[in-house]
Design a protein around this ligand. Structure first.
Ligand code: ADP
Ligand code: ZN
Length: 210
């Protein structure tokens, strides 16, 4: 199963990707997490990406396409994968097609902009493993500590209110057209994001089966 999760920043793609990853035993690949890891390690890629990310802008297509190409070539992707945060532009989707990768299903998680603002401003992520939490909706068992790996949970720089606005703008402008792109292939399923993570998960798993 080769799967794409679409949706606005903070729609819950990462959270659902983790669930599907456990459920289907295929890796969840987040370009955002890969870039943040590069940033933390001070690599050339990280340096290139930093200014875009901090401003809520997209990293240039060539850069993320190269990242995905390298990642999808690894052994653990051969039985399938979940893409979270890629593609984010039509040229990125075209690049995926040009690699000869067949996508089985695209799940678009829909959440209204106002709800996104609330969610992102309360989001915390693990510095070490990238797991995602929310101070109100999905707190870690111990404040500031990741349930999964014991790492430190922090607020992302791009989760500040002005940057959230810019990211939503970028989403509507550049990423939302992908709905039409995948609608045409008949692979698109829409899931209405629910307030409760578990409810969204149930709908997402149903969309996978149908
Ligand atoms: P979110 O979905 O919450 O916005 P991500 O972790 O997916 O967060 O992405 C964070 C940032 O990383 C984006 O705002 C962008 O700068 C960069 N990024 C991630 N994936 C891509 C992509 N496919 N194309 C361009 N930039 C990307
Ligand atoms: Zn962790």
């Amino acid at each position: 199963m080769n799967l794409i999760l679409l949706g606005a920043p903070g729609a819950g793609k990462g959270t659902q990707a983790e669930v599907i990853c456990d459920h289907l035993g295929i890796p969840a690949i987040s370009t955002g997490n890969i870039i943040r890891e590069a940033l933390k390690n001070g690599t050339e890629l990280g340096k290139q990406a930093k200014s875009y990310m901090d401003e809520g802008k997209l990293v240039p297509d060539e850069v993320v396409i190269a990242i995905i190409k390298e990642r999808l070539a690894k052994d653990d992707c051969q039985k399938g994968f979940i893409l979270d945060g890629f593609p984010r532009t039509v040229p990125q989707a075209e690049a995926l097609d040009a690699m000869g990768i067949v996508i089985d299903r695209v799940i678009d998680i829909e959440v209204a902009d106002e709800a996104i603002q609330k969610r992102l401003s309360g989001r915390r992520v693990c510095e070490s493993c990238g797991a995602s939490y929310h101070v109100d909706y999905k707190p870690s068992k111990v404040e500031g500590v990741c349930d999964k790996c014991g790492g430190k949970t922090v607020q992302r720089r791009d989760d500040h209110p002005d940057t959230i606005k810019e990211r939503l703008h970028v989403y509507h402008e550049q990423t939302e057209p992908l709905k039409g792109y995948y609608e045409k292939t008949g692979k698109l399923k829409i899931v209405e994001g629910q307030e409760d993570v578990k409810d969204t998960t149930a709908l997402t798993l149903k969309a996978l089966e149908a």
